[in-house]
Structure formats: structure tokens, C-alpha cells
Design a protein around this ligand. Sequence first.
Ligand code: GLN
Ligand code: ZN
Length: 755
Amino acid sequence: MPQNWVTGFPRIGEQRELKRALESYWAKKSGVKELLEVASSLRKRHWEYQKKANISYISSNDFSLYDNMLDMSITLGAIPKRFRDIEDPLSRYFAMARGSKNITAMSMTKWLNTNYHYIVPELSKEDKYKLNISKIKEEYFEAKECGIKSKINLIGPVTYLAFSRAIDFENVFDAFDKIMPIYEELIREIANFDEEITVQFDEPLFAKDVTSKELSLLKIAYDRLSNISNNIKIAVVTYFEHSNEATNILVNTNIWALGVDFVYGEENIKSLEAIKKSGKTLIAGLIDGRNVWISDIEKKVNFLKNISQIVSKEKIIISTSCSLLHVPYTLKYENKLDDEIKNWISFGLEKLDELDLVTNLFFKNENDLNAKDKELLAKNKRALHFRKSSKRIHNNEVKNRIKNIISIERELPYKERIEIQKKILNLPVLPTTTIGSFPQTSELRKVRRDFKNNLISSDEYTKEIKKYIDDCVAFQEECDLDVLVHGEPERNDMVEYFGEMLDGFAFSKNGWVQSYGSRCVKPPLLFGDVSRPKPMSVDWITYAASKTKKPMKGMLTGPVTMLNWSFVRDDQGRDESAKQIAIAIGDEINDLQKAGIKIIQVDEAAFKEGYPLRKAKRIIYEKWAVESFKISTSVAEAKTQIHTHMCYSDFNDIIETIEALDADVITIETSRSGNRLLQVFKKVGYKKEIGPGVYDIHSPRIPTVKEIKEQISKLLEVLPKEQLWINPDCGLKTRKWEEVKPSLKNMVEAVKSFR
Ligand code: GLN
Ligand code: ZN
């Protein structure tokens, strides 16, 4: 009888086999056959793993060659017009995802508050939708051949629509009546596959604050879908937050089960009574699907015992909190990770074992437990015990520093300090600068790699990096930029670089998580109290400063971004961890200013990413995020100018928070959206300085002087010149020198005509 459920499984492969196969196929180094073989063997392997871990509900259609939202578009026949002439289905699929010679790709955006990006469906009023069931059918029967009666994973219709874009009509939900018949046909077809089939509909939209319109569509959709066939068991799952509003609707439909997230949406317990009354099955998301720490097994079992006081045991299925897509595949290749830390971590495969263990402990009688289960439980308890007291994690000095923070305000208010800074810096109007990084060439990457692998000495490494800095500074001088940077040649990644130098962070070797398509990220593991054993950037920055008379900008990654791009420990609040990082960054700021650096940029590229899904929780996040930034930057003396950079332009709903950061200068991305999004700064009477990017660095195109001038004119319509800085809209590391040089020269030339 034991029942458990895996919402979805990582598909990139335990050694990123899918990435390799895709990239080789795209580069025409291998053919369709090879690609599809890899895909099939990956699916079989991940089914095998789940079977071995005794998972009762294993998915099919959770695999994807690129993205499962895109797969859903294919299933529904939602193919934007510009791709319809491509006959070969696979070529068309990848053209939609990545563009082809003369057709632009569909756009991509973040899947709720994760770092996974999906392909945004584009709907047109001209569309004629048509079912394409082939992928779903193939995978179902492929699983069956492996001896698995899979549940079929689908994106639910309301979430599908809400996350789509209507290109030529007002409201995406106007397409509801056209899309629903395809979903119904799909269910009718699936009903023919087998005697009894489970279908999982993902509706994570309902983890957000929802509208009554969305709720009413939810009711209509699942009334219709759940009454099609008796042999279909429909489960609707949500994740990342509570979904109590949706649950209250869904209990009044004919669906079989509700999947809710108890890890990130504890409030879901409020719906237990309603679920019980409805007689529906509860899929209880308990094993954290988006963070990497081991579960407290005993606590999970006790939680289950508690909820089974309401919903009866037979109606409970134990599940991951969301798809395991958001965690790395397995710990098994981590031969470099410290053993102690490894004991505290569980990736995808290890989470399957946790799920199995919790299932056994909850469903079986104590006497029926086998020796292995008892041993695993004891091991889990031991690991948790050591984690509570380990010196690797706990550093009282750091904890005390946080307790003893007295003020997080700069020594003078903005108005007074900007006057002092202006006198010292003596910059022209419309000062020019860049966001920090300059092109990362393959030679540069090799230097860093060779140094890491001990193939070159530290002296050789330093020499090479200094050479890059020399060239980079010389170019900026030649170009006549006003505030220079060192170019970030020593950094592979803005978070990893600092994380590697801070105590409290660890790095996996193979902890890759899919970000989009074949792209993966390997987030740092923030496992302990954070402290800075020694300065991290001062040598490079002061070296660069010695090469010019112009101001050299120090370059740091902010605490909120460090946090948001890492796997963050779960044994203390995120706020606490952010503040610890903030203190370390603050120490670095202090060392930089003591070394004579007059401008320091604290990048908060991922500030917005940490926003909670529910509005009610935003205030809390904003409070500690702002506090953390200010813990770092309040160390700066009045004369030290603090810049920050954010990689987006939509500040409408967070403008007050941006103001509260109290940075002297903020550079943002507006080049792609014109000056429309800048209006909000004017509207609220934003007084500090702003550098709205004047050209888009995401494209290889070189902007002309004329274009940049037009862009500057537009900016001047919104904000006075005293408040403006002129810069590209993000770091230049992904560009080539051939693109960067003329672009920046054009930018400086354009600015000069305004002075
Ligand atoms: N200083 C960083 C850079 O220029 C900022 C990167 C970012 O905003 N993502 O690369
Ligand atoms: Zn940026």
C-alpha cells in the first residue's frame, strides 16, 4: 500500500549527457538518431532509479529536449505563425526554442521564482489549435516497456494560459475556449492508453496571489477535464507556496487528488479539513525539491502523523515538494566535497531515498521496518545532530557581529555626501562608465583553468591577469571613459568568485541544475556562517587604480545576489544568512576605501529574483534585503561613492525599495525598453543618480553614435542631466573585443556632443 510520488525528475542527465547531446546535435556534429537515443536512454535510466527507490508514482512526459512548457505548446498545436513553414518537427521545435537563421526565437522567462526558464507560448487570435499527442504517447509506452505504469505530467490549462502571451488580443484567457477542447481531446485519447491512468496537471499559477477570474476558470477547466472518463485519475499539483484558494475550488470538482507543497507553503494545512471532507487524496509535498539539504526525517514523519489526524492515512501520498528539476541529479560524483558537508546534502537521487524512507516509516508498523531503514534513520539523526553543532557551520564571532550592529545608515544623508563626492571626483556632466566586466576571451578562461588545475604558477597567473588589466585600463583611457573598471578577468562568475573566498560556502563538482535548454548553473552551497578570512578584491582593484589617474571603480557582488544565486542553508532564516554575507562584503568595502578607492559598485543583479510569490510576504523580504545591502554599504564613508547595478528595468512596483537602498548611483537596464520604464523614477521624485543603459549588450550589434545620441536625448526628456550617468546596460563579459571597442567609443562620442 505505501504510496509516494515524484512530481518530476531532472532530465539533463547525471553527467549532463543531454546537454552534450544537444550541443553536439546543434553543432551538426551528430545526427537526430544519436540525440534521440541519448534522450531515450536518459529516460530509461531515470525511471530505473525511481523504480529502485520504490517510488509508486513515476512520471512520464517530465522529460523534455528543451522545455516542458514548449512541449505543451507542441501538444496543443500552439505554433506561432513564423515557424509553421518548417516541416521537420524537430527542426521546428528547436527553431521555436532558439531561433533559426532568419526566424527569431520565442521568448523565455523565469518559471515562477526559480532560475529555470520556460519558453513563453505566443498565442494569436488566428491560431487553430490541434492535438499532437505523439510525445506523450511514446513516452508512456516506453515507460510501460520498462515495467512502469507512469503517471503523465502535463501543464494545466489555466497556468498554461496565464504564462502565455497574447500577441494580437487583449487577454490571454480569451483563448480559454479554444484551448480547452484540445485538453479535453487529449484526456479522451489518454484514456485509451490503458485501463487506469493517472494524470498530473501542474497548476503552479495558484501558488501566487490569484484573481477571481483565474479561480473561476480553474473550476470550469477541472469540472470539464475530470468528467471525461472514469479511468482517468486527475491530480492537480501546485508548488512553491500555499494554494489554499485553489484547493477550496478544486475540492468541489471531480478530480482525484490534490498535490500541495508543505515545504514552501506550510499554510496549506489550513485546507486539510476541506480536503478531508471532499474525500480526495492528498499528495503531500514534503521532500524539498528545490534546496539541497537533507530532510529531518523524523520531523517529516511526525508531520505526516499529525496531518493523518485529519486526512486519513489511506488518502495520503507522500511527495517531493516540486519537480526535482530544480536540484542537482546526484551526489555520487562529488569526490572533492568535504565528507562532513556531504553528509548534510541530498541531491535528486538521494532525495528519492529520503522519500522511500519517510514512506516506510510512516506507512509501516515499527516491527515491520527492516534493518536498512533503521540504519538510515539513525544516520539521518546523526547527520542532523552534527550539523547543529559543527564548528564548520557555527561561528560565534559572526553571530555576535550581527547582534551588535548599531546603525546601517551612511554617516551623512545623500544630499550632503553627494556634494563631497562631486568635489573629490570632479567628473564632467553625464559621466561615462561601464558595468564592470570586459570580454572574457578563451585565452583568459584557459589562464584561470590552468591556474585552478595547478598547471601554471601563481606568479604566472598574476602576470596574465595583470596584463589583461593593463590592456583593459589602457583601452578605457584611449576611449576617454570617465570612471574606469579593472574588467573582472579573475572572475569566472560574480557569485562563485566571492563565494570561493568566503568561509561558509562550498562548491560541488557536478551539482548542475538546468537553467534553460542545455544551459545549466552550478549554484554555490551556502552551508555555514559566513566570514571573510582575507580581502578578496583589493589587490586587483588597487593594481588597476595604479594604472590610471582617473577614478577606478571597485567591483563587488551584493549580499542579496550572493544569497539568491546560492543554495541557502535551511537551518536558519535567509535573512540571517544575507546579513552574514553583508558583513563580509562590508569589510571588503572598508578595505577598498582604506586603499584609496573612491567609487565602489555593489552589484545586486538578482535582487528582484528573491521576491516571494505572495504579496503579503514581500514586505518582510524587502525589509531584510534592504537591511543587508545597507549593512554592507553603510561602512562607506560619506566621500566614498556607492554604485549598485540591477539587471532589469521594471522598477514600477519596487521603486520605494530601490530608494531605500540609499545607493549614490544606480545603473539599470533600460536600453531595450526605451525610457518608458524610467518614468517611474521621475514620478516618485527619485533624487539620486541613475545610469540607464544606453545600449543593449545582449546583442552583438554595434550601436551607432546617432542611435546612442537619440537614446540620451530620450533620457534627458525624463531626467535632468545632473542626475544621469551614461553606460551600457550590463557587463560586457559575453561580448567580443571587436564589438566592445567600437561600441564604447561610439558611446563616449555621443555623450560628448551633449556636454
Ligand atoms: N559587474 C558585473 C559584470 O559586469 C555585473 C553582472 C551582472 O549584472 N549580471 O559582469
Ligand atoms: Zn546586469
